[in-house]
Design a protein around this ligand. Structure first.
Ligand SMILES: [Zn+2]
Length: 405
């Protein structure tokens, strides 16, 4: 189709919807065409055109000429269908048409443009089967959500005419049924037609940042609201942790720190991993510094530690060390990160664990950059070499790295 032809189609459709005619009364019983469509599980393009003509006679009944073009706009496939021969092996004849659900979806689409067709009765016939389905085609999804979206959509049809820099002419129209149209033309060619259903509401969507979980999401979108709820709940488990009986049991068994390495139970590794993710998010780093995840145990060479808030096993925070790369001066272990829930900060939790860490890992290197709070902490509790590295940590570290490699 040339851009001129496609622009003409769009003009024709606009002319059709602008013509004022009484709205056909809703039917309560399937028509002959509809019964046939359901029985044959498909329809020829000609029959679908005739069917549409029964209720949509505007613009001299041109609707039948728009069927294929509209299907194309809706990405609904027209295909060649064959009549099943009486005896297998006999010849059969074919026709160009739509499979049942594709045809009904096309009617749904047409209805949403304000074309006088009604998919209601056909949709009702198809729903029971679709509601049981796990996988759907796009057309079937359109049918499944028909009632939810009738009159509520905002749709666009574009011609293939090229938009060029320069002025555009806009013509608007509101139909008696309440459909609002906006036709955009340029140089006498129709570019696009916007159609707003009578019940379409422009939702005020704004970007909301949740101070608690840190997620930025769009308001008034069910999918984003749901996603936020999940992330918020997950954040709550870290920010306002509750007693953990498994951890409490472990704590009761030993006075020694419990190392979370590749052999540690998965639930402990998960607790460390999730705090590594939180640390990465809080400080906007590119990588999660923990060589495992929710389902894969951490690699050898990584040690985590969970900090209990008390004997009930509430996990206040965690840290991770690795010996994958030696630190400056060949220091074996590097502290990758420490994350403690805000409500447990500045209560001496890390200070209480620091000597234990030094005892086990030596005067380990602390991976820069360090937050202000962490720098202050190291000045008070760090070893001599740890404090020394605060001076010009990055330059020296990098220089040594380059020297080593
Ligand atoms: Zn939140």
């Amino acid at each position: 189709m040339t851009s001129e032809e496609s622009s003409k189609m769009l003009e024709g459709l606009f002319k059709l919807v602008k013509e004022i005619r009484p709205v056909p009364k809703p039917r309560t019983r399937l028509s002959v065409y509809e019964t046939k469509m359901l029985r044959e599980r498909g329809v020829t393009i000609t029959d679908l055109g005739d069917y549409a003509l029964l209720t949509e006679g505007r613009n001299y009944g041109r609707i039948e000429h728009y069927i294929e073009w509209l299907a194309e706009q809706a990405s609904i496939p027209a295909r060649s269908l064959l009549y099943r021969p009486k005896h297998i092996g006999e010849d059969t004849c074919g026709f160009y048409g739509f499979q049942l659900t594709d045809a009904v979806a096309l009617l749904v689409y047409m209805e949403q443009l304000g074309i006088m067709v009604s998919a209601t009765l056909l949709v009702d016939e198809l729903l029971p089967e679709l509601e049981m389905r796990t996988l759907l085609t796009e057309a079937e999804h359109l049918i499944l959500t028909y009632k939810l979206w009738t009159g509520r959509r905002l749709m666009f049809i574009q011609s293939t005419a090229k938009r060029v820099p320069g002025p555009e002419m806009v013509e608007t129209f509101r139909s008696p049924m309440g459909y609002r149209y906006k036709m955009v033309r340029q140089g006498g060619q129709a570019l696009s037609l916007e159609v707003r259903g009578p019940k379409h509401r422009e939702l005020k969507q704004e970007s909301i940042k949740c101070d608690y979980c840190g997620l930025t999401y769009l308001s008034n979108t069910p999918a984003e609201t749901r996603a936020h709820r999940v992330i918020h709940r997950r954040a709550a488990q870290l920010l306002d942790p509750t007693p953990n009986t498994r951890f409490a049991k472990r704590l009761a068994q030993t006075d020694h720190p419990i190392i979370v390495d590749s052999n540690a139970p998965m639930w402990m590794q998960k607790e460390v991993y999730r705090r590594a993710v939180k640390f990465k998010r809080d400080f906007r780093y590119d990588f999660v510094q923990w060589a495992g995840d929710d389902v894969n145990p951490v690699k050898i060479g990584w040690h985590g530690q969970l900090f209990p808030a008390g004997p009930d096993g509430t996990i206040a925070g965690a840290c991770a060390l690795s010996n994958e790369h030696p630190g400056p001066g060949g220091v074996e272990w590097t502290l990758a990160w420490v994350w403690i829930a805000p409500k447990y900060r500045r209560q001496g939790l890390l200070a209480a664990h620091w000597p234990g860490l030094i005892e086990r890992y030596g005067s380990f290197f602390i991976e820069p950059p360090l937050s202000e709070a962490m720098q202050g902490f190291v000045r008070s509790y760090g070893t001599e070499s740890q404090i020394e590295f605060l001076a010009e940590p990055r330059e020296r570290y990098q220089a040594e790295r380059e020297f080593q490699s």
